[in-house]
Design a protein around this ligand. Structure first.
Ligand code: HEM
Length: 521
């Protein structure tokens, strides 16, 4: 004991063996985390004085753990603000195994969202890329990005979504029947995840309820869990479990595509779901415009982008409505605030003829059995509440871009191959742009044109602006409509804290006590 045998047959002391294995493990982890791209690149070997200030921290880890811990402890905004205070509006650091430059502010947002794609490409962490696949929209650029984005956007545009409001409503009604009616207490976040996932499944992928959908949900949840982890491919790491789950989800989607092809050949409508819709789009040569890998990777992207974000938004709106009775009353009965002068004359006219009470959710349902596009257009105050929620608790904390050449910004050089880290909350909580930023005030959005460009960016901006905006809006408005007209609720705990994982989640998932106001649906 205490000694190990090398292949040569010579005896080595255990301490030396342990030392070597630690060094080799660190080296291995380092290679894995950097995807084989050694971090001692040209820029690091020849340090330029014009590279932004800051430290790259220790290899592989850099500042990743610091940021991830801050996100989980709900102190990410402070972590970022402290950094900005220390180094100014631009600084370097190392995140998820890559050299990174963090920038913030209105000018930074404009720079990120409008810089030519040949200089600045979209960039995800290695883990996101490996889990979602290299043909998803986030990884595509130039013509490929335009082609696939156009195909997805034509399915997600308002004209096409109008036809699905009834289906969304059906899912919501069924969900409330199953999970809310007859209960006195529910935990909101997991339920909203189930609801938004069901909406996505039935509408975008045509997956009916049942064992297959349940298996899909199971692997899908596992897949999401490691998306923002450090990409260490070792057994039992969060990342490795995600990668395995991703392979299973991809296999299930491939089978589904096979079935959809047969259905299409047998004359099924191409408008029944996103997969069928994409399979049916043809290019000039009559070949499928979007490849099978592109369909699979983008379906996975939409599952992630589409259900996690909206579920978080709806959850926090529910929390806000419980915390602010006046806002809850205005969502239900309408606002008695006079419109701002900038809304003269139309809204002033509506305001005066309605006796100063522009009715909202309580009135809307009286127009018919199912909600219409026109009904949704009347939910103006409710959407302002959603917008203010997105300002104060943006579901997407920020994102990454990658420089394709050395780029000069604010007098510094951001070297080629580095990633740029942009953050939503810094500008949305800037008191020069949004006075009293911590105050929850939906009135800020009465006149959205008054908000300076690139300052309110929960959906991003430019050519990569979120294509699911309208879908998220419909889903949110319809869900809130049903909740406020059928239930009243109060919070079970007064803990308003949340952590980011990477989406913001209330620490206990938001348990609430509910009372149903409903007679018959
Ligand atoms: C409250 C809900 C949502 C929020 C806050 C949100 C936010 C965002 C943000 C910040 C981006 C990144 C933009 C960038 O990198 O410049 C994005 C991209 C994206 N979102 Fe959303 N999103 C939401 C809902 C949805 C929904 C419902 C879908 C699909 C049905 C969706 C699909 C996408 C896709 C595919 C992209 C990638 C676009 C591209 O790279 O061209 N999102 N979203």
């Amino acid at each position: 004991m205490g000694q190990r045998y090398m292949q040569t047959g010579k005896i080595m002391p255990a301490g030396i063996v342990a030392g070597i294995s630690v060094i080799m493990t660190v080296f291995y982890l380092y290679k894995v985390a950097t995807g084989g791209n050694h971090i001692s690149s040209k820029a690091e070997r020849q340090p330029s004085e014009r590279v932004p200030p800051g430290s790259l921290g220790i290899p592989i880890i850099g500042q990743s753990l610091g940021l991830l811990c801050a996100m989980r402890a709900n102190t990410a905004e402070k972590w970022i603000a402290d950094r900005a205070k220390r180094y100014g509006p631009i600084s370097k650091l190392s995140l998820f195994g890559k050299q990174t430059v963090f920038i913030h502010g209105q000018a930074a947002n404009k720079f990120v969202f409008t810089t030519d794609g040949t200089k600045l490409s979209n960039h995800q962490t290695e883990s996101v890329k490996m889990i979602l696949g290299d043909r998803c929209l986030l990884e595509l650029s130039g013509e490929d990005h335009q082609r696939v984005r156009k195909a997805l956007a034509s399915f997600l545009k308002p004209d096409s979504l109008k036809n699905y409001i009834g289906n969304i409503e059906d899912e919501i009604r069924r969900h409330l029947e199953m999970h809310w009616q007859g209960r006195t207490k529910v935990t909101v976040l997991p339920l909203m995840k189930t609801l938004t996932f069901n909406i996505i499944c039935s509408l975008l992928f045509g997956l009916e309820r049942g064992a297959r959908r349940d298996t899909f949900v199971h692997y899908f949840q596992q897949m999401i869990e490691g998306m923002w982890s450090i990409p260490i491919k070792m057994p039992f790491t969060r990342f490795d479990c995600s990668l395995k789950a991703s392979a299973k989800v991809q296999k299930m989607l491939r089978d589904l595509i096979f079935e959809k092809r047969i259905e299409l050949a047998n004359g099924a409508s191409s408008h029944q779901d996103l997969i069928t819709f994409l399979l049916n789009i043809r290019g000039e040569d009559n070949k499928e415009l979007v490849s099978e890998d592109e369909i699979i990777h983008n379906v996975m992207l939409i599952m992630v982008a589409g259900h996690d974000t909206s579920s978080v938004l709806i959850t926090f709106i529910i929390q806000i409505l419980a915390n602010y009775p006046n806002i809850h009353a205005a969502v239900l009965k309408g606002t008695t605030n006079s419109p701002p002068l900038s809304c003269f004359p139309f809204w002033w006219f509506v305001f005066i003829v309605s006796g100063g009470d522009i009715a909202e959710q309580d009135e809307i349902k009286k127009s018919g059995d199912f909600l219409t596009w026109e009904d949704l257009a009347k939910m103006k105050y409710t959407w302002r509440v959603a917008m203010e929620t997105l300002r104060t608790i943006p579901p997407v904390f920020g994102g990454f871009r990658k420089t394709l050449e050395d780029i000069e910004y604010e007098g510094y050089i951001i070297p080629k191959g580095w990633q740029i880290f942009w953050v939503t909350g810094m500008t949305q909580m800037d008191d020069n742009i949004f006075p009293e930023p911590s105050k929850f005030d939906p009135g800020r959005f009465e006149n959205p044109a008054a908000i300076p460009p690139y300052c309110y960016i929960p959906f991003g901006g430019g050519p990569r602006i979120c294509p699911g905006y309208e879908f998220a809006k419909i889903e949110t408005l319809v869900t809130i409509h049903y909740l406020v007209t059928q239930f009243t609720w109060k919070l079970c705990c007064n803990d308003n804290c949340f952590r980011r994982d990477p989406m913001p989640v209330p620490t206990q998932g938001l348990p609430i006590q509910i009372v149903s106001n409903k007679k018959v649906v």
